[in-house]
Design a protein around this ligand. Structure first.
Ligand SMILES: Nc1ncnc2c1ncn2[C@@H]1O[C@H](COP(=O)(O)OP(=O)(O)OP(=O)(O)O)[C@@H](O)[C@H]1O
Ligand SMILES: [Mg+2]
Length: 417
């Protein structure tokens, strides 16, 4: 064997010259993704290494830390030809999850009027992102585990087994180990999912990223809100060093999402309205206000020549939600007052106690067409919430005070999907 031994280093040298690093290891990160801190750079290097494989990944981390961003990054770096398909396991009504995931045959259950492909089929050759996996009902967890182990599934109402090659990435902000101990999450599925587990740290544990996030996001919002100087050039705000320190040291319970909202508000409030100085500076005071009471107590009216742009950008999610709920309540209250007024003006309650059909002529000078049904009020509130949150169902449901499942059901009922 001496020949073999002596030829080994030469063979290795030749091989190493030939070895080309996979693209996922060399392409630059998309510009909008910031990973400057040691913690995030480590995560990115793991993502680069595992992206081209088909290994299952579990992303865990607080809300707003970037789980979805990283799920998409894994897909983008994987060079899979199929799509990135997101399933929000917490948003689908329990009874529908199985058919949504695996599809169904015609007549498989009441309402299954035709054959339908599920998310697993939609994600063929691509990535299936199971968001909020901790919300998956136990019965479905067993079925999902089987698919992960066998790579096959069957549509509801069918016996034909179909193959899937979708790469699974799951995410949760729950502590699944606690759920496993409580018996609400299957331990076998948990261990199967966490073949690779990436724990995305909260922003307060990687403050180094904050200045980079500030810079990228300010640029983004300047473009988005068309903040320009007199010559029409993009006008980047200046930010006082003390203001930056405040932002770096804030707790950011809502993580990057909260930082984004705060920065968007700061850009709009300090730059969108022309100011005497002719440029915009985000001061320490601006940041203090945004972080403490923000819109709740109102910003210094005297700083601005005219009212704030509408609709106002709320300080953070909670603030936005509060505003939305108040607005919906105020609208509802005035609608109810109008309906009451109409009912008192004319006896439109029939003897049976039901609402009589409104007469075609105006009542008390008011058109009966102004009576809005509760159903319509609800539809409007739902539309308003979805519009306000740019289609984000979870935030819309939160603001409406209902569960995501209920929102999903209502959208279906109302044909608003
Ligand atoms: N590394 C990052 N660089 C820049 N922006 C980021 C990064 N991570 C997250 N973001 C931004 O922060 C916001 C929240 O990110 P994302 O939706 O991925 O969080 P999440 O962990 O999925 O939150 P949730 O648990 O609430 O669903 C998004 O606007 C996203 O673009
Ligand atoms: Mg998410």
């Amino acid at each position: 064997m001496p020949e073999l031994v002596s030829s080994l280093p030469t063979a290795l040298a030749v091989r190493s010259r030939e070895v080309e690093l996979p693209r996922s290891m060399t392409v630059p990160l998309p510009e909008h993704i910031i990973a400057a801190s040691e913690e995030m750079r480590e995560i990115v290097s793991v993502v680069r290494a595992i992206a081209p494989t088909s290994i299952t990944v579990l992303l865990i981390g607080e809300s707003g830390t970037g789980k979805e961003v990283f799920a998409e990054l894994i897909h983008d770096l994987s060079e899979r030809k199929g799509p990135f398909v997101t399933v929000n396991c917490g948003a689908i009504p329990e009874g529908l999850i199985e058919s949504e995931l695996f599809g169904h045959e015609k007549g498989a259950f009441t309402g299954a009027v035709g054959q339908r492909k599920g998310f697993f089929e939609a994600a063929q050759d691509g990535t299936l992102f199971l968001d909020e996996i901790g919300e998956m009902p136990l019965a479905l967890q067993v079925k999902l585990l089987r698919v992960l182990e066998t790579g096959t599934f069957t549509r509801v109402g069918s016996t034909t087994s179909l193959k899937t090659n979708a790469r699974i990435v799951a995410a949760t902000n729950r502590d699944l180990e606690v759920d496993v101990r409580a018996g609400t999450f299957r331990s076998d599925l948990y261990y199967r999912l966490r073949a690779v587990m990436l724990r995305i740290p909260p922003l307060r544990n990687r403050r180094e990223d904050v200045p980079y996030l500030i810079e990228t996001m300010l640029e983004e919002f300047v473009r988005k809100h068309r903040i320009v100087d007199v010559s029409g050039r993009a006008r980047m705000p200046q930010i006082e060093p003390e203001a930056v320190s405040l932002l770096i040291n804030h707790e950011w319970r809502g993580n990057i999402r909260e930082l984004r909202n705060t920065l968007e508000q700061l850009v709009v409030l300090t730059c969108a309205v022309p100011r005497e100085e002719g440029y915009c500076v985000i001061s320490r005071r601006d940041v203090e206000r945004a972080l403490t009471d923000g819109m709740a107590t109102g910003w210094d009216g005297d700083r601005y020549a005219r009212p704030l742009p509408a609709p106002p950008l709320a300080r953070d999610k909670e603030q936005t939600e509060r505003e939305l709920i108040y607005r919906a309540l105020i609208e509802l209250r005035s609608e109810i007052a109008e309906v009451k007024e109409l009912l008192q003006g004319r006896n439109t309650i029939s003897s049976s106690g039901t609402l009589a059909l409104p007469p075609a002529t105006p009542l008390n000078g008011k058109e009966t067409s102004r009576i809005v049904s509760l159903d319509e009020l609800e539809t409007n509130a739902i539309k308003q919430a979805l519009e306000f949150y740019h289609g984000n169902r979870r935030q819309a449901a939160n603001a409406l005070g209902i569960s995501e499942r209920s929102l999903y059901r209502k959208l279906k009922e109302k044909g608003l999907e």
